[in-house]
Design a protein around this ligand. Structure first.
Ligand SMILES: Cc1cc2nc3c(=O)[nH]c(=O)nc-3n(C[C@H](O)[C@H](O)[C@H](O)COP(=O)(O)OP(=O)(O)OC[C@H]3O[C@@H](n4cnc5c(N)ncnc54)[C@H](O)[C@@H]3O)c2cc1C
Ligand SMILES: *[C@@H]1O[C@H](CO)[C@@H](O)[C@H](O)[C@H]1NC(C)=O
Ligand SMILES: *[C@@H]1O[C@H](CO)[C@@H](O)[C@H](O)[C@H]1NC(C)=O
Ligand SMILES: *[C@@H]1O[C@H](CO)[C@@H](O)[C@H](O)[C@H]1NC(C)=O
Ligand SMILES: *[C@@H]1O[C@H](CO)[C@@H](O)[C@H](O)[C@H]1NC(C)=O
Length: 493
């Protein structure tokens, strides 16, 4: 009897699947629903591109209760600070960074970050500034080393040699950074940008860096009560319905929807969320970070092909932690040429890069210190009070015993967060351009976007924006022109 019931249930299930498949082929051909997973910069950019192309049958599923993803402001002791992206990077160059006009259209407050005077603002581990002439010499060496690495990279590409790490190129010049000040400058040149050390970072794909060569070397710090995220909202409001108060009310955007399964076949996709909802569509556009794709949060049915899994797992999700601190009063130098300062500790990456926020947030008495990688993991796993105690010890060695304790501290935890698993992708050694393209390549009706799929600008806001456009265009080509084959040869199969 029990057996009979199972058989009957299965028969019903089969019938349902058949009906669904017929339904799919009939409705999908003309007006397929595209399910966009994630409403960060890339997901919103892709959705807008699809909408502009006449594909309005969209459904955007976002795990959190907001859009913007890794661009996110918060209220820290009354200041609106950015826990994620903070700078428009790559400005005043030969091409226009597409984010820059967006920021200016909204009149967001931005501040040019001037690092020129860092050599006068580099502190020794045991206290006090380095003598300026000594520090200057170290800076000159670091600049030479970076120029040498760019030369090595260019020659690698010209002679079609295999990629090497930035560290290996430094050894070729016999100048591996080892003293505290050398390590601090090395950290400033590389880890502060890529959030991982030169030991693991690809030389060929970062030196020179397309963001700086194409868009310019200047960077602008966004500090506005409306937040950097307002650029994402502005794009969203160009194609999603809003109410009279300007709030997005479009039913096609669904917040608090955690996608847990994507079932895909030649006829369509079925997406399941943790709250038990099931959405059917013609195509899926997945914009979750490469860190998320390296976990089992989203279960693909059938499993992704081997070449795709390898491409996803060969890439790196890096971690960059911005710690904000508030004090009763300022005890650090202020005025021109003092915004940024370095702390050179014998442990590489121990609270090395500092920014005093007087210019961006006048009267705030706030500091920002940046750590990355292993230090970020360590700090995410300990109580804030311990981190604060470590930081106070560092500050006391820089500025003396009598400085006041911080009254507030903010430590974002992007790595522990299952919807991010880090902050941005970094290009590891040994991943070729070709293997990188496989990260973006669609698998049947499942398409991929996100900063990690950007052709030239992985790791950046502009990368996420441009990736959204590119991935949407691939999908539009398939839906409208039936160009759906992407020649990506399997690796390691
Ligand atoms: C600390 C930090 C500092 C940075 N600094 C800068 C900077 O100064 N300048 C710069 O240009 N860039 C910076 N970046 C990088 C930049 O923020 C990112 O490259 C960009 O915002 C990524 O956008 P995205 O759409 O690719 O990904 P995300 O913003 O991660 O968007 C993906 C969305 O998918 C959602 N999601 C994940 N899993 C699921 C699921 N299972 N179901 C449904 N939804 C899901 C997430 O909640 C998220 O909203 C920084 C990033 C961080 C975190
Ligand atoms: C930010 O938080 C402070 C308390 O720390 C509060 O007084 C203030 O109203 C908040 N501001 C906003 C814009 O939410
Ligand atoms: C890098 O290459 C340029 C041009 O060939 C050369 O002038 C310069 O000296 C090189 N720099 C280093 C540090 O090797
Ligand atoms: C700081 O620099 C700005 C612009 O470079 C200049 O206008 C201003 O006078 C300077 N202030 C001081 C105190 O030197
Ligand atoms: C550089 O920094 C030092 C130390 O903080 C400061 O005294 C000096 O005025 C700054 N120089 C410039 C040009 O801004």
């Amino acid at each position: 009897m029990a057996l009979g019931r199972v058989k009957k249930t299965m028969a019903v299930a089969v019938a349902v699947v058949v009906v669904l498949a017929v339904h799919f082929t009939r409705t999908m051909a003309l007006d397929p629903t595209v399910i966009v997973i994630g409403a960060g910069m890339s997901g919103i950019s892709a959705a807008k591109m699809l909408s502009d192309a006449g594909i309005k049958n969209l459904l955007i599923l976002e795990a959190t209760d907001r859009i913007g993803g890794r661009i996110h402001k918060t209220n820290f002791s009354g200041l609106s600070v950015e826990m994620g992206a903070n700078w428009v990077e790559g400005v005043n160059g030969p091409q226009v960074n597409p984010i820059w006009p967006m920021v200016n259209k909204l009149k967001l407050k931005t501040f040019f970050s001037n690092y020129d005077n860092l050599s006068s603002n580099t502190y020794q581990q045991t206290g006090g500034l380095y003598k300026e002439s000594f520090a200057k010499a170290a800076f000159d060496m670091a600049d030479k080393l970076s120029e040498f690495s760019t030369n090595v990279s260019t020659s690698l590409t010209a002679s079609r040699l295999e990629d090497i790490s930035i560290l290996a190129s430094q050894r070729l010049m016999n100048m591996v950074p080892s003293t505290p000040i050398e390590m601090a400058l090395d950290y400033y040149n590389y880890d502060y940008e890529f959030a991982e050390p030169p030991r693991v970072t690809s030389l060929q794909n970062t030196e020179p860096l397309p963001t700086f060569t194409n868009f310019g070397e200047d960077v602008y710090f966004v500090a506005d009560p409306r937040g950097y995220e307002s650029v994402v909202y502005d794009i969203a409001k160009q194609f999603l319905a809003t109410n009279s108060a300007g709030k997005i009310t479009d039913q096609r955007l669904k917040l608090n929807k955690v996608v847990m399964e994507i079932r895909y076949s030649p006829s369509g996709v079925i997406v399941k969320t943790e709250d038990g909802s099931i959405y059917r569509g013609g195509y899926a556009m997945v914009s979750a970070s490469v860190g998320v794709l390296q976990t089992n949060l989203i279960n693909f049915q059938p499993d992704l092909p081997r070449w795709k899994i390898l491409a996803i797992y060969q890439f790196d999700m890096a971690i960059y932690t911005k710690i904000f601190l508030k004090f009763p009063y300022k005890f650090w130098p202020t005025g021109n040429g003092t915004e940024f300062f370095l702390y050179a500790h014998e442990t590489r990456g121990y609270y090395p890069i500092w920014q005093q926020l007087e210019r961006a947030y006048p009267g705030s008495n706030a500091l920002l210190v940046t750590v990355t990688d292993d230090e970020s993991r360590r700090i995410e796993q300990q109580p804030d009070s311990e981190t604060k105690a470590e930081i106070m010890e560092v500050l006391r060695s820089m500025f003396g015993k009598n400085i006041p304790d911080a009254t507030d501290i903010l430590i974002p935890r992007w790595w522990s967060n299952r919807f991010y698993k880090g902050t941005f992708s970094n290009w590891p050694i040994g991943v070729s351009r070709y293997e990188y393209d496989q990260i973006r390549a669609p698998v049947g009706r499942v398409y991929f976007t996100g900063e990690h799929t950007s052709e030239h600008y992985n790791g950046y806001v502009h990368g996420a924006y441009l990736a959204g456009i590119d991935s949407a265009n691939m999908m539009i080509g398939c839906i409208k022109k039936k160009i759906c084959k992407f020649q990506i040869m399997p690796k390691g199969t």
